[in-house]
Ligand binder design. Structure first.
Ligand SMILES: CC(C)(COP(=O)(O)OP(=O)(O)OC[C@H]1O[C@@H](n2cnc3c(N)ncnc32)[C@H](O)[C@@H]1OP(=O)(O)O)[C@@H](O)C(=O)NCCC(=O)NCCS
Length: 202
């Protein structure tokens, strides 16, 4: 398994950003990042109006091993006072070829392409591990993380209260459907692929 490497990539608005695997000592940084999330983002991420990082999330964050539980974060290199701007992770489900993913970008940095890069990283990290499906559970009103994966060919099913979004990990990106987000996603993968697992996704 190639060792994941940190890399710098400017955001859409040219903000210099560092993307790197999360480390065990990032917990404090993640807690501080949570404080910068709006009530709406907290609700969309945790499905409840939480005031602090939920205990089960804290416990899960402690199991990140970059093998079956992979997590990457993003940092604004021009704003050292900001603990982190986004976090995305997946956890492999037992022997199913499926991994459950979650992601968040703090409000002040949304719509600058952070998630697109983090999703690209998870996609490549999944491909290298033989994971076929990245699964996210999303509230129905949370349009973007449903519609954008759907453009990438994700299967969306109503689970009563949440939508299950199953993003199939294609090793050949030319198999992705024709859709505008696919172009962006392909370009993003092209930028980051060489740093992660060049042989796995073409
Ligand atoms: C969903 C979320 C991760 C998106 O992060 P982001 O960094 O803003 O997303 P990006 O900037 O990479 O945008 C990706 C695409 O979605 C579009 N988009 C993002 N936010 C949008 C919004 N509020 N309205 C319309 N389009 C939006 C972008 O335009 C882009 O599409 P394009 O490339 O075709 O133009 C972020 O809004 C978030 O953290 N929400 C709260 C947590 C959450 O919902 N997590 C999901 C449950 S695990």
């Amino acid at each position: 398994m190639p060792k994941p490497t940190a890399f710098e990539l400017p955001l859409k608005d040219s903000t210099p950003a560092l993307f790197r695997p999360a480390r065990s000592n990032d917990l404090e940084r993640i807690k501080q990042g949570f404080e910068l999330m709006s009530p709406e983002s907290r609700y969309l991420r945790f499905f409840a109006p939480v005031q602090r990082l939920p205990e089960d999330s804290l416990r899960q964050l402690q199991t990140i091993d970059q093998r079956s539980h992979v997590a990457w974060g993003a940092i604004d290199l021009s704003a050292p006072q900001v603990p982190g701007i986004g976090l995305a992770r997946f956890q492999q489900l037992e022997q199913s070829g499926i991994a459950e993913m979650s992601f968040v970008v703090i409000d002040a940095y949304q719509r600058r392409g952070v998630w697109t890069v983090l999703l690209g990283i998870l996609y490549l990290e999944a491909a290298v591990r033989g994971i076929c499906t990245l699964r996210a559970n999303i509230l129905p009103e949370n349009r973007v993380p449903i519609s954008k994966p759907r453009e990438l060919g994700a299967l969306v099913s109503d689970k009563g209260g949440t939508y299950q979004v199953d993003l199939i990990v294609q090793k050949d990106l030319s198999l992705l459907p024709q859709a505008s987000f696919v172009q962006t996603f392909r370009q993003t993968i092209k930028k980051i692929r060489g740093r992660l697992c060049p042989q796995e996704v073409v």
